[in-house]
Design a protein around this ligand. Structure first.
Ligand SMILES: CC(C)(COP(=O)(O)OP(=O)(O)OC[C@H]1O[C@@H](n2cnc3c(N)ncnc32)[C@H](O)[C@@H]1OP(=O)(O)O)[C@@H](O)C(=O)NCCC(=O)NCCS
Length: 203
């Protein structure tokens, strides 16, 4: 898999700014990438890989099995063959009907920078759009520079907070006292109604 991945075939094809559809089509074609909803049985598999994927940080206590039971419709697993390639835990906000929230996401280090993270997020955006949700939020620790690069790289903006760490605006007490977080927000773009067409080509 690795040989195929770095051979240049996929990377070359994906080197410029890439649309989600293009990424997904190529990942499916070359890597047999599948994205599916999560199941409770996936919880153990995810906990096993998390410390490796998070470079030794143990954040497993933030990924509860209850999410795999009650957020099945809004959470996803990416697989390449039988290999776990990535996951995303998300949900529709119960408090703000136009918002979705991505709680956690990770991609297998073997398959990074190939568009899988973006494909998982796009899957979540797609289901949000069905519900007319127009805002997706997420947050990360200011030490997680990779996560900051990823979110800003796929079009999230950083919500101004009440502190600055390493030049980045943070919210000091978002999830608990003195635990600064970088808050991300992305407005989802909808095609104007007039431009939407049916399969028959009619508006
Ligand atoms: C963050 C993470 C999910 C990204 O997954 P990924 O599949 O590698 O990301 P993608 O290939 O979809 O990247 C999309 C864009 O994000 C940005 N990006 C991703 N990785 C980056 C990196 N290492 N450096 C700079 N920008 C990066 C780029 O803009 C990239 O687009 P490009 O490749 O066209 O330039 C993955 O690195 C990961 O699992 N990290 C550890 C866990 C973690 O920190 N999760 C954060 C959310 S809780």
């Amino acid at each position: 898999m690795r040989e195929n991945r770095t051979s240049g075939t996929v990377r070359g094809a994906l080197s410029n700014r890439r649309s989600y559809r293009e990424i997904f089509w190529k990942m499916e074609k070359y890597h047999n990438l599948k994205i599916r909803n999560i199941y409770p049985e996936d919880h153990v598999k995810i906990l096993e890989v998390m410390p490796i994927w998070w470079n030794g940080r143990d954040l497993t206590s933030s990924v509860l099995k209850v999410f795999f039971i009650h957020f099945k419709n809004t959470s996803f697993i990416a697989e390449i063959g039988n290999e776990l390639a990535g996951f995303l835990i998300g949900f529709y906000s119960q408090s703000y009907e136009n918002e979705g929230y991505i709680h956690f996401a990770g991609v297998n280090p073997e398959f990074r920078r190939e568009g899988i993270g973006k494909a998982l997020y796009q899957k979540f955006f797609d289901i949000c759009k069905i519900r007319s949700i127009n805002t997706v939020r997420s947050c990360t620790s200011p030490i997680n520079k990779l996560s900051i690069s990823f979110h800003t790289g796929i079009g999230f903006s950083i919500v101004p907070g009440d502190g600055i760490i390493d030049g980045i605006s943070v919210s000091m007490n978002y999830l608990r006292e003195n635990d600064p977080k970088v808050i991300f927000e992305k407005k989802l773009r909808y095609q104007p109604l007039a431009q939407r067409t049916t399969k028959a080509g009619r508006p």
